[in-house]
Ligand binder design. Sequence first.
Ligand SMILES: *[C@@H]1O[C@H](CO)[C@@H](O)[C@H](O)[C@H]1NC(C)=O
Ligand SMILES: *[C@@H]1O[C@H](CO)[C@@H](O)[C@H](O)[C@H]1NC(C)=O
Length: 468
Amino acid sequence: MFRMSSRRVVSPGFLALSCLMLCQTISSASASRPRKVIFDHDGGIDDYVTLLLLLASPEAVRVVGITILDADCRAAVAWNTTLKLLHTLGHGAIPVAVSSLPAVNPFPDPWRNSVLSVDVMPLINDLTQEDLEPLRLSTPGEELMAQLLLGSGSGSGANSGTSSGSNATTRNNDRGNAGSAAGGYDKDGRDGDRGDGDDDDERITIVATGPLSNVAFVLKKYGRAAAARIREVWWMGGAMWVGGNVDFPGHDGSAEWNAFWDPAAVGEVWGWAEVPLIVVPLDATNAVPVTPDLIYRFGRQARHRYSVLAGTVWSRVVTWVYDRPHEPYYAWDTLTAACVLQPDLCEKLYDVESYAVVGGASQGRTVPLAPSPDAVARTAGGGGDKGSCAVAPDAEAEQKEKEKVEKEEEVELQRAEEARMLEELVEAGEGEGQETRRQHQSARRRVTVVKHVDAEAFYTFVLDTLRL
Ligand SMILES: *[C@@H]1O[C@H](CO)[C@@H](O)[C@H](O)[C@H]1NC(C)=O
Ligand SMILES: *[C@@H]1O[C@H](CO)[C@@H](O)[C@H](O)[C@H]1NC(C)=O
């Protein structure tokens, strides 16, 4: 990661922020009908907690389909695991398909392998493979996503009355499991996962917690017809004003892994400015590590099935706090779903002009064309008074905290400065490599960025939601 320490003054023109901070005014989800959601995940550990959270919130969302990328998982296992969770919780009617889209830069094997530790959980294995067979779709995940968006029917996947000839819409559901009422839509008077009385014209929210490959595929292949059916895409990915988490030979470390896995897909989605995109980048997820304390708290609500499942799933990665103290496991994906379910949790910056880097040593990097509001505030205020009101009896801890904040500030300013210089170079359009640089940049678009989240508010929300 770059560690130049020059602290240049950011030019005033650069300070003219294109992003506005607005109070979140979206009415509480419970006031309206549940939104239709496609959960587009990549089989990582927190993807299963994310699934639990979505299923536990029938008044806010209705999961109409699930697509799995072979990214932070072994897809064959992740498929197993996802189906087992759904079957166990009585949601077997939700169509699930594995995408055929390949990695550009594969995730490290140990991360991919960890899905097995969830698949073997006794809590989801009181079944046979025959139970799961009817739930397996042969349609590739990217085509399932297209069918759900464009499909003639409601796209609810289990609407057996309106056959459209595809496996995704004709497969009979299997809700015969004893636990089916536990977290189902039955609670709110709906007929299982069928969602009778659907508004077929209702657009669909995509919650993408892995690479953007499926979304990019659908946009590229089906164009405006698909774009028009997407209400918004919520994406866990990118690193806007903080460093990335990719540690890979030949890469400069500025990218986040989901983006790095398929940089061209990020570029493709950046090319669709008409599709609302809300990014939950490392800037926000760095605030929510999965800590032992968090998992202990699930123990105090262990009579609730969803809590036991979520706590057990997250326990698979808790040793990261020892193994990688500076880079523990974060609730990346779960935070993204929580922001969809409870917008008040997440402070958003609207209309951040940005582009993505699709090739070269920074591939997968997401570049905002304005400094973060924090950096601006610090520059304006002479900087560095963060924490001055805190009375820290422990001088050493205080010093450490101060150094940490300073380091973060430095990285942030550095990134903003780099982005500005890169812009200048490209604008100038001169010299060796400029053309390459330009080729490596996606189109620019405005995105909404989730920048801050209160960790305790998030943890409490997850715990409360999973008391089911
Ligand atoms: C799926 O789970 C079953 C046990 O329920 C196991 O026998 C099978 O090997 C698993 N498949 C994969 C691909 O892991
Ligand atoms: C449906 O599934 C069968 C095999 O199970 C497959 O041969 C067929 O191509 C699938 N149809 C579609 C439309 O995906």
